[in-house]
Write a protein that binds this ligand. Structure first.
Ligand SMILES: Cc1cc2nc3c(=O)[nH]c(=O)nc-3n(C[C@H](O)[C@H](O)[C@H](O)COP(=O)(O)O)c2cc1C
Length: 338
């Protein structure tokens, strides 16, 4: 019987050949500090496509220079960035994998010279800079920058766009009452804290009709912070707006004690899937084919996002197939070797 991990999944007109997703991971390797891909990025992502990953999501890529976490992050804030990404998407697709990009703004977690921006002037921690509270004009500009970034991602040939609304970066900062103390229409109620993400989704949809994923932190693990019930509500709104999948991570808005164990975030993916009736991705210490298969067969998620295990083992798909006694094809270039 075909194992579910190795069955395709179709979203809009994109069919992903299996359920394994390379989760976005910053490589801090844009050494020219211009946001452009380096040869390392090409090798890093293409090797996972050769390794038969179904979908690769390129690391957090900044929609404007002050939206980078560090000055070595990737960026997509100008048309000059399109060419490098187009080369990457072509090569990844040539291996039969699909490729997405995570569009991001670091907000108050930017570790950069100059002013940094956030919904409210509250630093991440004692060591961090105090961000400037964004004006309404800056909020509107940033939403337009997400839209322009999405248009560039389309030109570069990406199959999927993921918005980064997790891990304490700008979109998450708007969502959470811990980091958003605004008294205008972008703060206060759930509806108001959701407004930045909601308007960004609408703006992106003006230029992008492909699959749209959103990564969330489903719990702030802190009193008065966001919890899974809040996120089930947000997920329902995202579904109404046409978002295709919620990628369910957690934490990193504020320092918190997190009980980390194998599959520790899977229950978030399961609850959002069940209660908001939207597709979800599970992520976090999922390291074997058996674990992935359990999650999928028990309908706890639709896709399995793997991060560190794919750094350790670029051929994780093959290792997982072996554990599940399943044959998967090799890249055509390797056919003669068998
Ligand atoms: C080196 C590294 C960089 C990361 N960068 C990002 C990122 O750019 N965007 C993001 O949403 N998560 C990022 N993450 C989080 C991963 O996508 C993933 O959610 C986390 O590592 C848990 O999955 P794992 O246990 O399979 O590693 C990063 C993780 C690592 C280890």
């Amino acid at each position: 019987m075909a194992r579910k991990l190795f069955t395709p999944w179709t979203v809009k007109d994109v069919t992903i050949k299996n359920r394994i997703v390379m989760a976005p991971m910053c490589m801090y390797s844009s050494h020219e500090k211009d946001g452009k891909l380096q040869p390392f990025h090409m090798a890093h992502y293409i090797s996972r496509a050769i390794g038969q990953v179904g979908l690769i999501i390129v690391e957090a890529t900044a929609v404007n220079p002050q939206g980078r976490i560090t000055d070595q992050d990737l960026g997509i804030w100008s048309d000059d960035h399109i060419e490098g990404f187009a080369k990457l998407t072509e090569q990844v697709k040539a291996q039969g994998s699909k490729i997405g990009i995570q569009l991001a703004h670091a907000g108050r977690k930017a570790e950069l010279d100059g002013e940094i921006y956030a919904p409210s002037a509250i630093p991440f921690d004692e060591q961090s800079k105090t961000p400037a509270e964004m004006t309404i004009e800056q909020i509107k500009e940033t939403i337009q920058e997400f839209k322009q970034a999405a248009a560039r991602a389309k030109k570069a040939g990406f199959d999927i766009i993921e918005l980064h609304a997790a891990h304490g970066y700008l979109m998450h900062e708007f969502l959470s009452p811990l980091s958003n103390h605004r008294t205008d229409e972008y703060g206060g109620s759930h509806e108001n804290r959701y407004r930045f993400l909601g308007e960004t989704i609408e703006a992106v949809k003006e230029v992008w009709d492909g699959p749209l994923f959103v990564r969330v932190s489903a719990s702030d693990y802190t009193d008065k912070g966001l919890d899974i019930a809040d996120h089930i509500g947000f997920a329902k709104w995202m579904k109404e707006q046409g978002v295709d999948l919620i990628d369910c991570s957690s934490g990193a808005l504020v320092q918190a004690d997190i009980n980390v164990f194998p599959g520790y975030q899977v229950s978030f993916a399961e609850k959002i899937r069940e209660q908001a009736e939207i597709a979800t991705g599970a992520v976090g210490l999922i390291t074997t084919g058996t674990m992935a298969e359990e999650i999928l067969q028990n309908n706890r998620a639709d896709l399995i996002f793997v991060a560190r295990e794919l750094l350790r083992d670029p051929h994780f798909a093959r290792s997982a197939a072996k554990q599940l006694n399943t044959e998967i094809p090799s890249p055509v270039q390797y056919d003669r070797a068998w």
